[in-house]
Design a protein around this ligand. Structure first.
Ligand code: AHM
Ligand code: MG
Length: 341
């Protein structure tokens, strides 16, 4: 008789339910929330893949709350994610890069608050380069007054209960963490399911890639300039000179850093004195993922996830990646701290 050897494929939904079953008291609400995001991601992935052949591609003529031009796909992704979260009545409030203020959902009593960057790296859409969605989930903190206000969402990144990203690249990949390591799934478009590809993703402790927009070199701090020069010097023992790689989509740059190791930097500069990237829906969730994979994420001196936010759209400089690379960058910043830009 023919022996059938088949590898057990685990779908995202199965994996989430198995993980939930390991916690007897779990209500299943966080699991539902993650599945909702997974479903929205599949719909967004489908649209991203056909962007070039439909009129969804291109600027829709409006600008987002930061004055940046908005592509139609940004709006589509925003709507899909928000309506998926709204349907299951678990989330009370969403904060998204595409919306100026907080978005109150129908379930005012829902216990989760979700931050979204619905389509990060959107300037890469019309050149067919990878883009991504980012999410970050918090519990609503109990308060005497039950009216939802913006302050309810201003929690430090270390309070995230889950975070993740979806990368729309040569394949669509979803990575998330609930604080117990990082799980990665690859979308199989033929069956429309995310399939588990790694349930304990780890970042190399040291990598030989640095990733930064070097066009801003002249406005960096002395410490950062010296660190990048260090990356470019020759030293075979440490794998230098390192390779430079910069996609310009944070999700894609972070995913490469997770897989291959190295460092991704978006620093403070004269143009962006507080850095360009957003603390709550770009830096915190991706820092949570990187830390859970064994990496580090700092703003130059302190851990990103310790920062107490004071605005939902606030920016922060970020140095993130393999622990040895981030520690080395930090030592350069500390050594040359006193020197002017
Ligand atoms: P976006 O949210 O408007 O797409 O901007 C964020 C993106 C990040 O994905 C990326 O790391 C960064 O902007 C690139 O900025 P720059 O072009 O200044 O290097
Ligand atoms: Mg973004």
């Amino acid at each position: 008789m023919m022996e059938i050897k088949s590898k057990k494929l685990v779908t995202l939904d199965e994996y989430i339910i198995q993980a939930q079953n390991r916690f007897p008291g779990a209500t299943g609400e966080l699991s539902q929330l993650l599945r909702d995001i997974g479903l929205a991601a599949k719909i967004i992935s489908r649209e991203v893949n056909k962007a070039g052949i439909t009129n969804i591609l291109g600027v829709d003529g409006s600008t987002n709350v930061h004055g940046e031009s908005v592509k139609r796909l940004d709006l589509f992704a925003d709507e899909q994610l928000i309506s998926a979260l709204d349907r299951s009545l678990i989330t009370c409030m969403v904060i998204s890069e595409e919306n100026d203020g907080i978005v109150r959902l129908n379930s005012e009593g829902g216990k989760y608050i979700v931050y979204l960057d619905p389509l990060d790296g959107s300037s890469n859409i019309d050149v067919n380069v990878s883009i991504g969605s980012i999410f970050s989930i918090y519990m609503r903190q109990p308060r005497f007054d039950t009216t939802l206000v913006e302050e309810d969402s201003l929690q430090p990144g270390k309070r995230q209960v889950a975070a993740g990203y979806v990368l729309y690249g040569s394949s669509t990949i979803m990575c998330y963490t609930t604080g117990m390591g990082v799980s990665a799934f690859t979308l199989d478009p033929s069956i429309g399911e995310f399939i588990l590809s790694d349930d304990d993703f780890k970042i190399p402790t040291h990598g030989t890639i640095y990733s930064i927009n070097e066009g801003s070199y002249n406005s960096w701090s002395t410490g950062l300039k010296k660190y990048i020069k260090y990356c470019q010097e020759e030293d075979p023992d440490t794998g230098r000179p390192y390779s430079a790689r910069y996609i310009g989509s944070m999700v894609a740059d972070i995913h490469r850093t997770l897989v291959k190791g190295g460092i991704f930097i978006y620093p403070a500069s004269k143009r962006y004195p507080d850095g360009k990237l957003r603390l709550m829906y770009e830096c915190n969730p991706l820092s949570f993922i990187i830390e859970q994979a064994g990496g580090m994420a700092i703003d130059g001196s302190q851990r990103i996830m310790e920062i107490k936010p004071d605005a939902i759209h606030q920016r922060v400089p970020i140095y993130v990646g393999s622990p040895e690379n981030v520690k080395m960058a930090k030592s350069f910043l500390e050594k040359f701290e006193e020197q002017p830009v």
